[in-house]
Design a protein. Sequence first.
Length: 117
Amino acid sequence: MFPTGAAGCALLILRISVSISFLVDATARWANMTAWWSILLFVLPALLIVLGLLTPYACAVEVLLLAGVAIQFAGQDRFHLFLTAVNIVVLALLGPGAYSVDARIFGRRLLTIPPGE
């Protein structure tokens, strides 16, 4: 769940690219989005994914937001939204990697079982 080395670096790059593509693809459809809460609705899960904090939950929120954007703008190009959603699901299944806040909080633990128990 929390690979290190090249795989951990690749997951860090994937987290950053997923967040950027989510922000670009989702907010490009809403050019007149000026309310602070609507901007925060998109920026907060992207920031959580970049940090690697509660990654599966942030991915679920991003997929739901992308589905809402795809439904609202049904006639426009949904191919990029679909690819972004696929990348988000892949990230949720792979996990955040070792270079994340999740790894610090929920990382590997060394269990020592006393003899005779």
